[in-house]
Design a protein. Structure first.
Length: 619
């Protein structure tokens, strides 16, 4: 008689809408799953984690990743108990991690079906053939309090890149970049990134997806070639950044030429070039995984627990509608696991930057309702929305990015997460949907994302392309800024939302008041289109410095680099927090000299880039 089995909470699945069941899964087909178990000690509560984040970063008692593994990792006895049960059921244990609280199990489809009491089927769907299941995953009663989730039984595609390419192309007759088209260091200067910083000592993690597409037999290319990156960084007179690769699932770094619609190489290149050019001193680490629920969960838990590379910032340029359970995507167990990893990241001083989506308030769901995107809607991440940035002709104008359906900055009210404490300090919009519920609102911040005012990068073909945008550009832009702020204050800012909302009234960010993303409109103060506003790097750094008693003399706001024009200084003055006037004046003079040098360097960068584009016949 077989042992009784009970459902794992939150593991319920449905088939994709309009999917057609075609057959039982091949019983001999190999399947690999990841099993996550409970923490050996009670984790810190949401309230305690948020209270920690209200302290100045310079004073927070962050835990190391090794300490996090010891404090919040798995009990080895729990892992051993699950492993013994798996082996008794014909499954092989291929990996076991106390830090990630996980085991990797492999076996045939038939063995997996019996072990977890699921019926694995083959489905045909518009997005491709996939192996799926309906209902919950079950384990023996004596394991149900130990096992938190099982991922990998189902391999439907989950996720998409948020990269957007403008319909306009670089004209062949110009001797300079077109108006309102940028290179990354130029945007960093316009957004007043802190001078005398480049991200040195920091590590920026970048999530990248490629590999198998369900059971279609197709493979999505995606990756980068260091040699193809060189023309971009050479043109900007910057070194090619140090880039490490971590393969979580799939083939790893497998760049394509961009000719296949499944190829996500352009997204990987965009993330690397923006992060690498805006924080040229930072190390980059790319986590390669697959477009599956298992791929998502495993990549995020790997990055958060990565003791070898220790990223201080993680940039995520992908997502799905958070309530996609109604569309057969995220399970509640997966959302909980990812959210728990983000909260753990906060305790280690890691900042998570997530793109908020590129289809306005619809978020690629055509049901007439508003939807928020996950993981941007997690209360433990910095949701990054999109703007249109116009600086040509000496006039600075920044509005909500909205070029119409399928090309607008994402934002809205979460259906899954309640209003976090830090958002109670600002007036929040309610959901545009019937019932008008209150909930976590995204985005938190914003930055240029409109492809019509986008970036020039080197694309999969190895040549310069653009303009390119999407909130997939905003996430690495913010990641680079945070790396530079971390460097300046000598301490990771980590989970910064509570402090960011606290300082909203003092004008730390540039308030965006014009435009809409469909069902939500921008206005004075916080909104569900651009959050608290777009970037003012020096003001943000000063806010953190003031909290921790560092960087007493603020840097002056820079004037615009040619050929774009930046906003004028608010007051044109510089405040001193103490010391004699001569010392303050000398400090200001040093910073002004640095600003002049930075602008001269940027001008040289732009001249070099235009020369490179002209050589290729692109300008």
């Amino acid at each position: 008689m077989s042992e009784p089995k009970v459902p794992i909470k939150g593991s319920e699945r449905t088939a994709l809408p309009d999917a057609r069941e075609t057959a039982d899964a091949d019983p001999s087909a190999p399947v690999t799953v990841t099993v996550y178990v409970r923490a050996k000690k009670p984790t810190i509560s949401d309230a305690e984690t948020e209270a920690l984040a209200l302290q100045p970063p310079q004073m927070r008692p962050y835990v190391s990743r090794q300490q996090a593994a010891e404090e919040f990792g798995a009990d080895p006895a729990d892992l051993d108990k699950v492993a013994a049960w798996a082996e008794q059921n014909g499954l092989a244990v291929t990996d076991k991690s106390v830090a990630k609280r996980s085991l990797s199990l492999s076996g045939s489809s038939e063995a997996m079906s019996k072990a977890f009491a699921v019926g694995l089927k083959e489905y045909e769907h518009a997005t491709g053939r996939y192996r799926g299941r309906v209902g919950p995953v079950r384990v023996p009663r004596d394991l149900v309090d130990i096992v938190e989730g099982v991922f990998g039984l189902d391999n439907r595609r989950m996720g998409r890149s948020y990269l957007h390419t403008s319909m306009r192309r670089l004209p062949a007759t110009r001797a300079a970049l077109p108006p309102n088209v940028y290179v990354a260091p130029q945007v960093a200067s316009i957004y007043n990134f802190p001078p005398n910083t480049d991200g040195t000592g920091q590590c920026i993690g970048i999530l990248a997806f490629n590999g198998a597409i369900g059971d279609t037999g197709l493979q999505a290319a995606g990756g980068f070639n260091r040699d193809s990156l060189r023309p971009y960084f050479d043109a900007l007179r910057l070194p090619v950044p140090e880039i490490k690769e971590v393969v979580v699932h799939g083939p790893g770094n497998r760049p394509g030429d961009g000719s296949d619609e499944l190829d996500v190489t352009g997204e990987v290149l965009l993330d690397i070039q923006i992060a690498g050019a805006c924080a040229p001193g930072a190390k980059l680490v790319v986590y390669f995984t697959e477009f599956t629920e298992q791929g998502w969960v495993d990549a995020i838990t790997t990055a958060v627990a990565d003791e070898d590379n220790q990223p201080t910032v993680l940039s995520i340029s992908y997502g799905n509608p958070e309530d996609a359970g109604q569309r057969g995507l995220w399970t509640r167990a997966a959302i909980k696991k990812v959210n728990d990893a983000f909260r753990r990241a906060a305790l280690t001083g890691m900042t998570i930057c997530c793109a908020s989506g590129d289809d306005g308030s619809n978020d690629q769901v055509s049901d007439g309702l508003a939807h928020a995107d996950f993981p941007a809607s997690s209360p433990w991440v910095l949701g990054c929305g999109g703007t249109r940035l116009e600086t040509a002709g000496g006039v600075f104008r920044e509005t909500v990015w909205n070029d119409g359906p399928g090309s607008a900055g994402g934002g809205g009210v979460s259906r899954l997460f309640t209003v976090p404490n830090y958002q109670t300090s600002v007036p929040l919009p309610r959901s545009a949907n019937p019932g008008h519920r209150a909930g976590r609102v995204v985005p938190d911040v914003s930055g240029v994302a409109d492809p019509e005012t986008g970036f020039i990068i080197v694309g999969p073909s190895g040549d310069f392309e653009g303009p390119i945008g999407g909130t997939s550009a905003t996430a690495p832009l913010w990641a680079a800024l945070i790396a530079r702020v971390n460097q300046a204050i000598g301490r990771p800012v980590g989970f910064l939302n509570p402090i960011l909302y606290k300082f909203m009234a003092s004008g730390v960010l540039r308030d965006i008041t014009t435009g809409d993303n469909g069902m939500y409109a921008a206005g004075v103060g916080y909104d569900a289109c651009t959050g608290l506003g777009s970037i003012d790097g020096v003001q943000l750094l000063q806010a953190f410095a003031a909290l921790g008693g560092g960087l007493a003399v603020p840097s002056p706001r820079p004037q615009a680099p040619a050929p774009a024009a930046a906003p004028q200084p608010r007051n044109g003055g510089v405040e001193s927090s103490g010391g004699d006037g001569r010392a303050a004046l000398e400090s200001i003079e040093r910073q002004l000299a640095a600003e002049i040098a930075k602008r001269e360097q940027l001008s040289a960068m732009l001249e070099s880039l235009v020369a490179a584009l002209r050589q290729r016949g692109l300008v």
